[in-house]
Design a protein around this ligand. Structure first.
Ligand code: NAD
Length: 363
């Protein structure tokens, strides 16, 4: 029997609801023109949920996500909720809580340089001449962001604070497995990032990655220290295929990769667990500076939906078509303000409609 997919849609704060409207246009095309049986249900999350329900992650939202096959997430946070304690703010109380609840240990962040907007990259033209296509595979629920103990105190009349970087072998093994598997569907290269010249946890990281690599003889494995990796990405991004990173190093590296593509508004992400359940969201945040102006770039949200179709539904050919439609509209000259170098930019809604139309035409 044909599978019916249930998607929990969580637009959130800031530009989240605006760009989600454009993802809905693509979802509509998937239903009407590709005959995918799917239903969506929308739930409050983040700051807007604090205002309406008193919690950033209301019970109803959590249950809705538990009953879904995948989560399509917008963004959360904004100035209005910055006065709350760190633990109660939308980002920690909703997004990090969802990652933890669903055990979303694997974060995928593709960064691709589109030839049509090469001029936006801050890198020299000769460096980006051949483009690049990097997939950052980041461990998402371990390492220093969650390691215990963490805390603060006063000793010898001085305040102190500390965090713990801790990795278990099974945590490194499972994320390494994902990186090698995905590399074998791409250019067969994994570069693992660590700081094993200084950190004990990185020594285990490297040892474990080496062990896992034996299962994938066709994939070429290299290692770089984080300080060298950030330099190499700027020097020659095209040398990389899959970057395998711990939580903190991946946080840094994936933003660097985002920056050299030109705009955060282009970059999707997927966070998956061992059962392949995933949360799909743009790499950027709620962008309060451009909220409500119909100028946000909806591409990151639409490509997040494409990742949902690829990894959550295993419909690779349809995901390829969505990606192609994004390429197609860029080639035709549709550009939102963030990626436009003149005054001829299109609105959020026009960009979304153009991508949806292209998807219908390319069917
Ligand atoms: P941000 O990513 O929201 O914005 C950084 C810059 O990128 C801004 O100039 C913004 O206009 C631009 N930008 C982001 N997305 C864009 C898009 N789709 N199109 C065009 N331009 C885009 O980061 P920030 O300003 O540091 O954070 C704003 C709020 O978002 C904060 O409350 C932060 O905590 C939150 N945040 C949420 C997430 C998330 O929900 N996953 C991620 C990062 C930040």
């Amino acid at each position: 029997m044909k599978k019916n997919y249930r998607i929990a849609v969580l637009p959130g704060d800031g530009i989240g609801p605006e760009v989600m409207q454009e993802a809905y246009k693509v979802l509509d095309v998937l239903k009407k023109h590709f005959f995918i049986s799917l239903e969506t249900e929308e739930f409050n999350i983040g700051g807007i949920a604090i205002d309406s329900d008193g919690f950033a992650l209301p019970k109803k939202t959590l249950i809705g996500c538990e009953n879904a096959d995948a989560i399509l997430f917008g963004s959360v946070g904004g100035k209005k909720w910055n006065k709350l304690s760190l633990q109660d703010r939308p980002e920690i109380a909703s997004l990090l809580a969802l990652r933890k609840h669903f055990n979303l240990f694997c974060n995928l962040r593709p960064s691709k340089l589109y030839p049509e907007i090469k001029y936006l990259s801050p890198l020299r033209p000769d460096i980006i001449q051949s483009g690049f296509d990097i997939l950052c595979v980041r461990e998402l629920i371990g390492g220093i962001y969650f390691g215990e103990p963490k805390g603060e105190g006063i000793k010898n009349n001085s305040q102190y604070a500390f965090d713990t970087e801790i990795y278990y072998e099974y945590e490194v093994s499972r994320i390494a497995d994902v990186a090698f598997k995905l590399a074998s569907t791409r250019k067969n290269k994994v570069c693992s990032i660590d700081k094993s010249n200084v950190l004990q946890s990185s020594l285990l990281w490297r040892k474990t990655v080496n062990k896992i690599s034996k299962k994938y003889p066709d994939v070429n494995l290299s290692h770089l220290y984080i300080d060298n990796a950030v330099m190499q990405i700027i020097k020659n991004p095209n040398q990389f295929d899959v970057l395998l990173c711990s939580n903190m190093f991946g946080d840094i590296i994936s933003d660097e990769c985002a920056m050299i593509t030109g705009s955060i508004g282009l970059l999707p992400s997927a966070s998956l667990n061992e059962k392949n359940f995933g949360l799909y969201e743009p790499a950027g945040g709620s962008a309060p500076d451009i909220t409500g102006k119909n100028i946000a770039n909806p591409i990151a949200q639409i490509l997040s939906l494409s990742m949902l179709v690829r990894y959550g539904m295993n419909l690779n050919q349809i995901a390829d078509k969505i990606d192609y439609s994004v390429n197609d509209v860029l080639r035709k000259g549709y550009k939102t303000l963030d990626i436009c170098n003149n005054d001829n930019y299109v609105t959020t809604s026009k960009m979304g409609s153009a991508i949806a139309d292209s998807l219908i035409n390319g069917k």
